[in-house]
Design a protein around this ligand. Structure first.
Ligand code: FAD
Ligand code: DHB
Length: 409
């Protein structure tokens, strides 16, 4: 058995854990990351794709955006299709902010590449990861790697291990409210070896269901379509998927069929969760470990990196200046922003996804709502503010500054 000592143990090397560790190191705070999967798996795992301006600014500020600035796709807006019409919503025209398309696994690759190699601060393939001592001042994380049992003792633990991780499960249920919502929809997600369907994202609302045509690179498309949560995947052969995509995106079936080879297919249940509070004793929950958003509004990765940034500042304040306030206030600083993103994601999910029992009344009403958005008035401005994350960002920094003010008063 080996026992190590560090300042912060980070459980999980997804974007949240890697970014937190990067920021800590940049400010002289040591951390060790413990990750269940292999590096190859993390670098290949296709998930998010849409980054908000605030996220890009965070990455730029940390010196992590060279490749993103060269290869990322900057989008001034997106297409909204409904009732056989194509509308364009330009977030740049409405509020002056674009969005960016850059795959989550590329963010992960950049974060991994920025770490010193083999300095012993990142364990991949860790088995049987267990958290102990979070109510004391010497918490630890134990695991087995390459047959060896390792214990890392620290001052704090950052639980960045996603929805299925051990961190949230280590908090006594009586001390945690875990709010959940399962929407009655799933997404079928495809990665397709073909040029993007359009130059910008296409969100398409059809009485048959929602479809989203996104992209990863000028050569690779990312397509999503709504499926009823009860409709088994075996009912979705490729032929039906292409047929539905064609109809829902308002193009003829023949054209969709020509789009390219399916490289990967996933089924994503649309759900929302929020853990309250996001901290217990010396354990802090970050990113998907604390909250899941339905993917409709693309908030998960963006809010996760924002959590990491706020927690990094709080931990740096503790180690460098002996400040306790920002750490104590981490959860109350983050929850308003988390609920803000949850609210917008829920609103957009219901707006875009017709329910299985939707009536003609429901379709007409949805069309009226979409028309209001497409008109570009104050509704569109408010929408753009939420979609690009600007309103949440304002709220986040206000909460954070508020906590600091509270401490200094
Ligand atoms: P994860 O990425 O889940 O990382 C957690 C890490 O912890 C993983 O590497 C995991 O292997 C590791 N781990 C788990 N258990 C353990 C354990 N016991 N011990 C050690 N390590 C462990 N978000 C957006 O912002 N924009 C989008 O466009 C977008 N699109 C999406 C599309 C889809 C189809 C899906 C599924 C999600 C999408 N999201 C999007 C959400 C986004 O992918 C997540 O919110 C993001 O991955 C959160 O990062 P994280 O680091 O918190 O968690
Ligand atoms: C992507 C996912 C989303 O949920 C979204 O709203 C936009 C883009 C994507 O994976 O590309």
């Amino acid at each position: 058995m080996r026992t190590l000592r560090t300042q912060v143990v980070v459980v999980g090397a997804g974007p949240a854990g890697l970014y937190l560790s990067h920021e800590l190191r940049a400010h002289g705070v040591d951390s060790v990351i413990v990750e269940r999967c292999s590096r190859e798996h993390l670098e290949r795992r296709v998930r998010a794709g849409l980054l908000e301006e605030g996220t890009v600014q965070l990455l730029r500020g940390s010196g992590l955006a060279d490749r993103l600035d060269r290869q990322g796709l900057v989008h001034d807006g997106f297409q909204l299709r409904f009732e056989d019409t194509v509308q364009r919503i330009s977030t740049v025209s409405l509020i002056g902010e674009p969005t960016y398309i850059y795959g989550q696994q590329e963010v992960v690759k950049d974060l991994l590449a920025a770490r010193p190699s083999d300095d012993g601060s990142l364990y991949f393939d860790a088995l049987d990861v267990q958290i102990a001592g979070i109510t004391g001042d010497k918490p630890s994380v134990a695991f087995t790697v390459g047959g060896e049992h390792v214990v890392v003792e620290a001052d704090f633990i950052a639980g960045c291990d996603g929805y299925h991780g051990v961190s949230r499960a280590s908090i006594p249920t009586a001390s945690l409210a875990f709010h959940t919502r399962r929407y009655p929809f799933d997404w079928i997600g495809l990665l397709v070896n073909a040029a993007p369907f359009a130059s910008e994202l296409v969100y398409s609302v059809h009485p048959r269901g929602f479809a989203l045509a996104s992209m990863r690179t000028p050569e690779v498309s990312r397509l999503y379509l709504q499926a009823d949560a009860r409709d088994e995947q075996s009912n979705w052969p490729h032929e039906r998927i292409w047929d539905e995509l064609g109809q829902r995106l308002y193009v003829d079936e023949g054209r969709m069929r020509a789009r390219g080879a399916i490289l990967e297919q996933v089924r994503v249940p649309l759900r929302a969760t929020v853990a309250e509070p996001m901290q217990f004793g010396r354990l802090f929950l970050v990113g998907d470990a604390a909250h899941i958003f339905p993917p409709t509004a693309a908030k998960g990765l963006n809010v996760a990196l924002e959590d990491s940034s706020v927690l990094a500042h709080a931990l740096i304040g503790w180690f460098r200046r002996g400040e306790a306030g920002p750490l104590e206030g981490y959860s109350s600083a983050r929850l308003p922003a988390v609920w803000r993103a949850q609210d917008f994601s829920a609103w957009l999910t219901w707006l875009f996804h017709p329910a299985a029992d939707a009536t003609a009344f429901d379709h007409r009403r949805r069309t009226a709502s979409l028309t209001r958005l497409a008109e570009g008035g104050s509704s569109a401005v408010a929408f753009a503010d939420e979609y690009v994350g600007r309103s949440r960002r304002r709220l986040s920094s206000l909460s954070y500054i508020h906590e600091l003010d509270g401490m200094e008063a």
